[in-house]
Design a binder for this molecule. Structure first.
Ligand SMILES: [Cu+2]
Length: 159
């Protein structure tokens, strides 16, 4: 009886933790199966510099970030504010973020709906802040998922 029960539990753990991959010691459990070890090492770093504002608006088939290009300094923050034409969101274009920046960028984008994508802003005045503290200088692109087909994008140049 007892032996049968343990065997059953061990089999289930194996299926859940490994999903067909190579066998691993059951002692480490599902926590050890997380593939995102690089991402989990960074923690949120609040802005220490200027807070910029970018408006998100739209009507008809024209949706935009204003300004659509912004030059900031590492340590600044950008507050994206829905004005009209919502719902909007702010997603960091993954291709614009070098591999060695992703962990910190992701950590600096709280409340994500998917990787480096903020929550939906559904009313006027709703906002989403991204901190650029400890973000390497470079050119980053954000887009709005609901209005991708209208090319709703902005370029953030971090100096
Ligand atoms: Cu939008």
């Amino acid at each position: 009886m007892r032996f049968t029960g343990l065997t059953f539990v061990a089999s289930v753990s194996f299926l859940v933790a490994c999903g067909g991959g190579e066998p691993k010691p059951a002692a480490n459990g599902p926590a050890a199966a997380q593939p995102t070890t690089a991402t989990s090492t960074a923690s949120y770093k609040a802005p220490t510099g200027k807070i910029w504002e970018v408006k998100m608006s739209g009507a008809g088939d024209s949706f935009k970030f204003e300004p659509a290009s912004l030059t900031i300094k590492a340590g600044d923050g950008i507050k994206f504010i829905a004005v009209t034409g919502f719902p909007h969101n702010v997603g960091m274009l993954a291709d614009s973020v070098p591999a060695d920046v992703r962990a910190q960028m992701s950590a600096n984008m709280p409340t994500q709906e998917s990787e480096m994508t903020g929550p939906m802003l559904t009313e006027a005045g709703a906002s989403y802040m991204i901190s650029f503290t400890d973000i390497k200088p470079g050119k980053y692109t954000v887009h709005c998922t609901p209005h991708l087909m209208y090319n709703m994008k902005a370029e953030i140049i971090v100096q």
